[in-house]
Design a protein around this ligand. Structure first.
Ligand SMILES: Cc1cc2nc3c(=O)[nH]c(=O)nc-3n(C[C@H](O)[C@H](O)[C@H](O)COP(=O)(O)O)c2cc1C
Length: 203
């Protein structure tokens, strides 16, 4: 492993890589529950029990008021197939168009939520209920509880495990979308016994 001779400061900025880029689904109660998708990268898991995540949004987003009013949203994982749509939903606003219609995508019910839709084409989605909103500066931080997670049937193996490689998920690094490549190890592999390694590899 090569040790770097020097590091160069690039200033205090949001240089955390890789991060997810996902599509958040919500529905506008002021507009006949028109469904909307907004791409978010400022998101992450913040607690395991209860399962919670954060999303940070600018107040100017069409989705912002919707989520404040309805208190619910879905986060939809992104496959390579959905990457172009993800970018589109990150540059076009629900103020100007119906993004589901423009992209030929499907809004589906996201139980136990009653208002926010999920993206029917997503490999999986998380149904979330807002717990708090905090002003940070450019963005407001929404903390939300994950009430349920749904994974598309076709990604289950016969033994009931989930085939994430088949999902062809996308990562986001400093403004660029990337296909995820090879698995390098599993949680705890650095200390796992040879027997545990074998069991896992045979799965
Ligand atoms: C990859 C990517 C990530 C983004 N992440 C965020 C984010 O975390 N928070 C945010 O407020 N806007 C984010 N945006 C910008 C919004 O997705 C964009 O302004 C969108 O058009 C807003 O949609 P809306 O007006 O329909 O709500 C992101 C855009 C892209 C392309």
């Amino acid at each position: 492993m090569e040790k770097n001779d020097e590091f160069r400061a690039i200033g205090p900025c949001t240089y955390l890589c890789p991060i997810p880029a996902v599509m958040l689904g919500c529905a506008d109660p002021e507009n006949g529950l028109k469904p909307n998708l907004i791409t978010v990268a400022w998101t992450g898991i913040v607690c395991s029990k209860p399962p919670m995540l954060s999303v940070s949004l600018r107040k100017s987003r069409y989705s912002y008021d919707i989520i404040r009013r309805t208190g619910e949203f879905t986060l939809n994982l992104i496959s390579q197939e959905l990457c172009r749509a993800t970018d589109f939903c990150g540059v076009k606003s629900g103020w100007d168009m119906d993004k589901f219609e423009a992209l030929g995508l499907t809004a589906v019910a996201a139980p136990p939520l009653t208002v926010a839709p999920a993206l029917g084409e997503a490999p999986a989605y998380l149904s979330c209920k807002v717990k708090s909103v905090t002003e940070l500066g450019s963005h407001d931080l929404f903390l939300a509880e994950i009430l349920e997670v749904h994974v598309a049937d076709r990604f289950f193996r016969s033994d009931g495990s989930i085939d994430e490689p088949k999902m062809k998920l996308v990562g986001y690094v400093h403004g660029t979308y990337y296909a995820l490549s090879d698995a390098l190890g599993f949680f705890g592999y650095s200390v796992a016994s040879p027997e545990a390694q074998r069991r896992r590899e045979n799965k």
